[in-house]
Design a protein around this ligand. Structure first.
Ligand code: FCB
Length: 452
């Protein structure tokens, strides 16, 4: 067992997102989102699954919050469904806001700190109109500011931490280049335009929120930075890894923290985009100061210049391809390399220098309930080793403030549907029964001891 390297005020949390757990897609005046449309598109999701019912958390949230309290969870990262709060993307629906007010009050009553993610991919469908809709539209940043302000004014007095976007890389590159996510577009060039508008939405929302949120509110963004490794030491593989670092990481980090898109990024994307959608002043707006950075991590990415075994190009480019990382993998096919998290946190400390929250980390498995129990030792090992990786980063001086397990409940895992289970709590989707997995009890014990 490792020694206790967690600072006294280190915060233990769990994370979820609205579309993955809430269900109740037609209740309380909610409008459709791009994920409702996409999940109902034949062939888009494994087994034809949708988020229509999911974990029915919209109705069962008190029970779910009780579970968290029982486990001793100190902080809960949830996301707000924009189409619940603004069904057409513009008009406020008080019933939707009331749901989140009750949720937040329910957390506070149980002594759990809310971390509110404003956007976890469920864009109101009415903002995705035509070929230039969704995040391709320059109108979106201002629509997002309006949404952010509604939440800031309504809940800012009781939510001490707000993160703007969850993983804008996924929204841009999986939504517009690879087509694995809503809205399912498949043109590399579109991803860069979408990424820029997401960056701009983030920056403008932060500036607007500063004016309405109490001083001291922790404002951040959640990035799934890729810990990129080259497939070999060959110069073309090393160049491919550098290319991916630029288009997947620095496309967000540079304008947010280093003053603007770099010349390196512009050079590496010649032929992919001309950046003509960037207007004077945009980069200054994106670069507004943040209080912390949220980092989501599951696995490193190894890339090379030539197609690997599955021939899969890195989303948004045809100049880099995924290569396999030898060793154990999860049922997602994701390699298990805990040291990648330490390396990533060290890089963030070096390049960004803000306090860091690890806001997602976890393992999927095909968990089954046997005699009322779920023995998910593989998840316990994964979480243990990644927390040890966080401890290692702390020892090396990285200012990590908190860690959130992805996720509380088995849920709708986007294009993968319901088969792949990430929860600490097993959900039987036939009757919505919740069963604590061994990992939930293990995590409760870590929290109680404040040590691994
Ligand atoms: C992240 C997402 C989250 C969940 C995990 C497994 O990319 O933010 O919603 O799907 O992956």
């Amino acid at each position: 067992m490792s020694g206790n390297g967690f600072p006294r005020d280190f915060v233990w949390g769990v994370a979820t997102s609205a579309y993955q757990i809430e269900g109740a897609v037609n209740d309380g005046g909610r409008g459709p989102s791009i994920w409702d449309t996409f999940s109902h598109t034949p062939g888009a999701i494994d087994d034809g699954d949708t988020g229509d019912v999911a974990c029915d958390h919209y109705h069962r949230w008190p029970e779910d919050l009780d579970l968290m309290a029982e486990l001793g969870i100190a902080a809960y990262r949830f996301s707000v469904a924009w189409p619940r709060v603004m069904p057409d993307g513009r008009t406020v629906n008080q019933e939707g806001l009331d749901f989140y007010r009750r949720l937040v009050d329910g957390l506070l009553e149980r002594g759990i700190r809310p971390l509110m993610t404003l956007y976890h991919w469920d864009l109101p469908q009415s903002l995705d109109v035509g070929d230039a809709g969704g995040w391709l539209s320059r109108d979106l940043p201002d629509r997002f500011v309006d949404f952010a302000l509604v939440l800031g004014k309504e809940l800012g007095d009781r939510v001490g931490a707000v993160t703007t976007l969850n993983e804008p890389w996924c929204s841009a590159y999986l939504g517009y280049a690879s087509g694995e996510h809503a809205p399912g577009r498949t043109e590399d060039a579109l991803a860069y335009r979408a990424a820029h508008h997401l960056n701009l939405a983030h920056g403008r929302a932060v500036s607007a929120l500063r004016d309405v949120l109490p001083t001291g509110t922790d404002i951040s963004v959640a990035l799934n930075l890729h810990q990129v490794q080259a497939a070999s030491e060959r110069p073309d593989d090393v160049a491919a890894a550098h290319h991916v670092d630029l288009i997947a990481n620095r496309v967000f980090l540079d304008p947010m923290f280093a003053g603007g898109y770099s010349d390196d990024l512009r050079a590496t994307t010649v032929g992919l985009t001309d950046w003509s959608f960037v207007r004077p002043g945009d980069e200054a707006e994106i670069g507004v100061a943040l209080d912390s950075l949220c980092v989501n991590f599951y696995n490193p990415s190894r890339v090379g210049a030539d197609p690997g075994a599955d021939g899969r190009p890195f989303p948004g480019t045809h100049r880099a391809f995924f290569a396999d990382i030898p060793g154990p993998h999860t049922v997602m096919g994701w390699p298990i390399v805990p040291s990648g998290l330490t390396d990533l946190l060290l890089r963030v400390q070096r390049d960004v220098g803000l306090p860091v929250h690890v806001t997602e980390n976890g393992l999927a498995a095909y968990d089954v309930v046997v005699d009322g129990a779920v023995h998910d030792q593989e998840r316990i090992d994964y979480l243990h080793d990644h927390l040890a990786a966080v401890e290692a980063a702390l020892r090396q001086g990285v200012d990590v403030r908190s860690y959130y397990v992805w996720t509380l409940l088995d849920n709708f895992e986007w294009a993968w549907g319901y088969q792949k289970r990430f929860g600490l709590v097993h959900v039987d989707f036939a009757d919505q029964r919740r069963t604590l997995k061994d990992s939930a009890r293990w995590y409760a014990d870590v929290i109680a001891r404040h040590a691994l």
